[in-house]
Design a protein around this ligand. Sequence first.
Ligand code: HEM
Ligand SMILES: *[C@@H]1O[C@H](CO)[C@@H](O)[C@H](O)[C@H]1NC(C)=O
Ligand SMILES: *[C@@H]1O[C@H](CO)[C@@H](O)[C@H](O)[C@H]1NC(C)=O
Ligand SMILES: *[C@@H]1O[C@H](CO)[C@@H](O)[C@H](O)[C@H]1NC(C)=O
Ligand SMILES: *[C@@H]1O[C@H](CO)[C@@H](O)[C@H](O)[C@H]1NC(C)=O
Ligand SMILES: *[C@@H]1O[C@H](CO)[C@@H](O)[C@H](O)[C@H]1NC(C)=O
Ligand SMILES: CC(=O)N[C@H]1CO[C@H](CO)[C@@H](O)[C@@H]1O
Length: 381
Amino acid sequence: MRLNRSFLSLFAILSTLTSLSLTFAFPSYGSLSGLSERDLDTIITRLPQVAPGTPPAPLKFNGTKLVHDRDHPWTSLRKGDMRGPCPGLNTLASHGYLPRDGVATPAQLIQAVQEGFNMENGIARFVTYAAHLVDGNLVTDLVSIGGKTRKTGDDTPAPAIIGGMNTHGTFEGDASLTRADAFFGDNHSLNQTLFDQASEHCTHWGLYNMTVAAELRYHRIQESIATNPQFDFRHLRFFTAYAEATFAYTFFVDGRISNRTTAGLDMTNATLFFRDSKFPRDFWRPPFPTGPIGFNEIAQAHPMVPGRNVQGINSFTHDPSSGDLTDLCLIYNHLANVVVRGLYPNPKGVLRKNLIINLGHLYSGTPKQSGCEEVFPYGKL
Ligand code: HEM
Ligand SMILES: *[C@@H]1O[C@H](CO)[C@@H](O)[C@H](O)[C@H]1NC(C)=O
Ligand SMILES: *[C@@H]1O[C@H](CO)[C@@H](O)[C@H](O)[C@H]1NC(C)=O
Ligand SMILES: *[C@@H]1O[C@H](CO)[C@@H](O)[C@H](O)[C@H]1NC(C)=O
Ligand SMILES: *[C@@H]1O[C@H](CO)[C@@H](O)[C@H](O)[C@H]1NC(C)=O
Ligand SMILES: *[C@@H]1O[C@H](CO)[C@@H](O)[C@H](O)[C@H]1NC(C)=O
Ligand SMILES: CC(=O)N[C@H]1CO[C@H](CO)[C@@H](O)[C@@H]1O
């Protein structure tokens, strides 16, 4: 009895200490997914609770303008600044359109991609809330564009699960053009071998344009099928892989070039964006609010189905449960009902409330013309 009691109080002290260290170590941008209810309770009461911000409206002035201006100089990284797999967001952070440490609210992300790259409001909302829901902190309303991640197959306890946009398999995924698959290690910095390969695709013509993008997109998929036993190319990743292939010529080409269908990015400027997170000198943003121009052309050049390697390399198998490019509503549905639900199976209080609000903002970014029906995995407020 005595023994039992002192054992229990020792246990109580130990677990309080564990919770304390967990709380103190827990960064305000860390994802709360995958935590036990006990850890969640401890962490949430000590985090600053910030109500989800309102998504910014479309830009008032939406034409081209100089964005590499005197108010937005490039500066090198300070200790602790985070950068991730997205060259667009990295560049915005290194020029101060986003907080330079790489931690931002969803509203700041939308404002920055609109202001700095003239990204269209709907697509900005969709990708921002997708990233925030799977990789961000829904209590503090912060997400890191980089951040630490848990290693594949590593079930280290909560403090190691930090989140941020280089978490593999939530938003970040396989067959990126200039970043290696997580299976090979570093999944977020520029991989010089892959960048050189991308440049070779351009040497026929010298510029990365829609035609090159279609070939390189397909080539990287085939490469992952043949080399990455864990290659996964389904759901949100199937969509983002095609969208991102368009981004380098839609967003990184000077806005004084008005025809965005034929726009091409040269490799010197590409190196600045992809490797150094830097605007070229005198860079102007696109001439109108822009999304993935050429998305359908790239997808149709080499039609693919969503799927994964089911049994090692070269075992790519169609997964009919995944939405494809003709059914974006299925991708939205899977994200809300399966992915987010899986990360947060039983949220309570402020967490549930903020999940509902952020899911509403995600839905507001689905294209009107696709007519997706809104889903409510956690009910309504
Ligand atoms: C808030 C909006 C955005 C979010 C949340 C976001 C997030 C991401 C993430 C997580 C990735 C990694 C996916 C992967 O390849 O595994 C990525 C890739 C990429 N993003 Fe963004 N992004 C956003 C806006 C932009 C903008 C405005 C641009 C261009 C100016 C851009 C350009 C790219 C490119 C080119 C890639 C592909 C890199 C590659 O394949 O090597 N993104 N983005
Ligand atoms: C850009 O701004 C103009 C002028 O305010 C507006 O008419 C147009 O609809 C805007 N374009 C988009 C795509 O928001
Ligand atoms: C770069 O990518 C290649 C091909 O995916 C991979 O084999 C290599 O290990 C990567 N290099 C680094 C430094 O991550
Ligand atoms: C862009 O150029 C292509 C090819 O020359 C042409 O077919 C298309 O109409 C042009 N688009 C615009 C918006 O000028
Ligand atoms: C890309 O550039 C090449 C070489 O100039 C050209 O043949 C091709 O038509 C371009 N693609 C587009 C979509 O403009
Ligand atoms: C590189 O970007 C700058 C700024 O947008 C532009 O003026 C220049 O023409 C680009 N270089 C090439 C070779 O396209
Ligand atoms: C899942 C995975 O491999 N993630 C890796 C992404 O890259 C960073 C930086 O190299 C690694 O720390 C992660 O383990």
